[in-house]
Design a binder for this molecule. Structure first.
Ligand code: ADE
Length: 223
């Protein structure tokens, strides 16, 4: 899978998407991430990418020309399945969307900044608008990093144990059950006996029961 991310501050992405599991995905050739500095397409000597809003009001608006130029240049090279815009007024991101997007081949993600992008970009170029939650970040870069991480770890071969993504919280609308590792006893706290039993069917049953219990307690809205 290839993901092209267009950003006003690409440095924010480089520091998050080239470590740990995303690095492994890229090293294995399963994921290509290309970041594009929007300023390269900026206008004039100052490489301007934003301007005052028509009609007045506070804040700046991301200009239409640099974004069109950048996206059209990418689209000349290959076909993109989706052109995603990161914005707090988009559809709230969830595991189902991550699963869907992980099946695509080529994605563009545009990171918003300031008061957002000129509406003509949204009308003409954007196929999906994503928010990572009901709060406003100073830019879409961190939100894009969240989305890329959630998608990237689902690509076949990225996780060591291919089954483990299926056991994540949210994959079946349940939160994940508790996990433990050695030692079996710590300061009088014991690992549940069933997990030490080696009895696969009982362990599976215990985990499912716990997943339901935790979901009912913490996130009844998921049920
Ligand atoms: N840009 C600013 N805030 C955002 C959010 N919550 N989700 C996605 N993009 C954003």
């Amino acid at each position: 899978m290839r993901i092209d991310i267009i950003a006003a501050v690409p440095e924010l992405l480089d520091s998050t998407l080239h470590h740990s599991m995303m690095k492994r995905a890229q090293d294995k050739g399963l994921l290509e991430i290309h970041t594009h500095d929007l300023r390269k397409y900026g206008i004039g000597n100052y490489r301007q990418i934003d301007d005052y809003p028509y009609g007045g009001g506070a804040g700046m608006v991301m200009k239409v020309e640099p974004i069109f130029e950048c996206i059209e240049e990418l689209q000349k090279e290959r076909t993109y399945d989706e052109v995603i815009y990161m914005t707090p007024d988009g559809t709230v991101f969830d595991q189902k969307t991550a699963n869907q997007l992980s099946l695509q081949k080529n994605l563009i993600i545009l990171c918003g900044h300031y008061k957002g992008v000129d509406q003509r970009v949204r009308d003409q170029l954007i196929t999906r608008e994503i928010s990572i939650g009901d709060y406003v970040l100073s830019g879409g870069e961190l939100a894009a990093a969240v989305v890329v991480d959630a998608i990237g770890r689902l690509l076949p071969g990225v996780l060591n144990d291919e089954c483990s993504a299926l056991e994540d919280s949210f994959q079946d609308n349940l939160l994940a059950p508790p996990v433990y590792t050695r030692p079996a006893q710590f300061r009088g706290m014991h690992v549940p006996e069933v997990l030490l039993s080696g009895h696969d069917a009982r362990i599976r049953e215990w985990r499912e029961e716990k997943a339901w219990e935790i979901t009912r307690r913490k996130r009844p809205d998921l049920l």
